[in-house]
Ligand binder design. Structure first.
Ligand code: C5P
Length: 395
């Protein structure tokens, strides 16, 4: 295979999932990768260095201050040697130390000293994974370009159930060996979030879009090698690694930002919840409460997605449809009326769609239809990106 001979430095931290990493070393070896293993002190309580030594065919390191090893292959040499760093399993403590730049053992020191891409396979109790401290540490690492695989939801060694199981070795292997990505060399523009339509200097009309789905899509496209431009309304989300972000407020600003940069894009994904109408007048001073009834006149906003779809030689266009009922019917109509290539429809209201971390989509295009079941938005975005790649490739 093309990646055979890849120099992989595998870090193992102290969790029960460490036993699965033995299998990962075996699979990597079968693919022709060269593997060196570093254990943290607590990992040695779960698996012995000897196990990994036998499987990798190389000496295993634990201690930063190991004279014998430092004179053979010092830690800086080891950091330079690695073409890919993988930490599997990664505990909450390890993720926290890495996020904050600690170098208090051999593995964290290697991660700081190496410029190789870093893939992390977390494994921990689901409450620890969902704790805001861990969430923030993961987001911080992602914003620096660190990749994560898993964790998966399911039954845990502690007897509880939830997201925290380490991904299976085959899945981690796939991520380590995956090629340049489905959208390598392609340009993708994504719109996300709500728009704000001002009434006066202090008030605006907006909607409940959190931007999560659009940001997850931008992230997934970037991971698949695309050059991503993310045009977003006001949201409180960190910019995904490697994504170029353009912040806007109103629908008219979003339209301008999109049309400014749309030429040369291969794909346009309109995920923003663009306000359909804006107040006809934006008052220069704060509107006073003088009468019992206040009437607002609203003007229709331009449909950004339809405009992009109508461009001669425009990109492949994907639109979203958020509906409270009649999902497929409305989605089909939208496909035709807006002249787009694909529509991803989701049900909103009653806890689904907006402001939540999970979603499901019904995706339709001229030649077909696919349901993407209820799952977290990051995984759903990845599935949609894969589906777009397969449909767009045939277009
Ligand atoms: O017509 P509707 O608002 O339901 O269509 C939703 C789709 O159209 C989304 O992809 C959204 O980003 C896009 N849209 C747009 N400009 C508008 C309204 C919607 O790009 N003014």
């Amino acid at each position: 295979m093309s990646d055979s001979g890849k120099r992989v430095l595998l870090g193992v931290t102290g969790g029960i999932a460490a036993y699965k990493s033995c299998e990962l070393v075996r699979l990597l070896g079968r693919e022709g990768a060269r593997v060196r293993v570093v254990l943290t002190e607590s990992a040695t309580r779960f698996v012995t260095p000897l196990t990994f030594q036998a499987l990798s065919g190389n000496p295993v390191r634990v201690d930063l201050f190991d004279e014998a090893h430092e004179s053979a292959m010092g830690h800086i040499e080891l950091a330079r040697w690695a073409e890919q760093l993988v930490v599997a399993p990664a505990t909450a403590d390890f993720i926290a130390r890495l996020a904050h730049g600690h170098a208090d053992d051999l593995l964290t020191t290697l991660c700081l000293a190496s410029e190789a891409p870093l893939l992390i396979a977390p494994a921990m109790n689901h409450r620890m994974w969902l704790h805001p401290a861990t969430r923030e540490n993961v987001a911080l690492l992602e914003s620096r370009g660190v990749e994560f695989v898993g964790p998966e939801a399911g039954e845990q060694a502690c007897g509880e159930s939830g997201p925290g199981r380490m991904s299976e070795p085959e899945e981690i292997l796939g991520r380590i060996l995956s090629g340049p990505g489905l959208f390598a060399g392609r340009r993708v523009m994504v719109t996300a979030g709500p728009t704000r339509e001002p009434l006066d200097p202090v008030r605006y009309l907006s909607n409940r879009s959190s931007g999560k789905m659009g940001f997850a899509l931008a992230h997934a496209f970037a991971r698949e090698g695309a050059e991503v431009t993310l045009v977003t309304g006001p949201v409180s989300l960190p910019t995904p690694a490697g994504v170029q972000r353009v912040d806007v407020e109103t629908a008219l600003e979003m339209r301008e930002a999109v049309l400014d940069a749309v030429s040369g894009q291969d794909l346009f994904v309109g995920c923003a919840a663009v306000a359909d109408y804006r107040p006809e007048r934006r008052e220069d001073t704060k509107i006073k409460k003088s009468s019992d009834i206040l009437e607002l006149r609203m003007r229709r906003n331009p449909d950004i997605l339809a405009e992009v779809a109508a461009l001669p030689d425009g990109p492949f266009t994907v639109g979203f449809a958020a509906e409270t009922g009649g999902l497929l019917q409305y989605a089909r109509r939208k496909l035709e009326v807006k002249g787009v290539d694909m529509i991803a429809a989701n049900r909103v209201g009653e806890g689904a769609g907006f402001e939540v971390d999970q979603n499901a989509l019904e995706v339709i295009w001229k030649g077909g239809r696919q349901s993407l079941p209820f799952q977290d938005k990051a995984t759903l975005a990845q599935r949609l990106v894969e589906l777009i790649a397969s449909v767009e490739g045939k277009d």
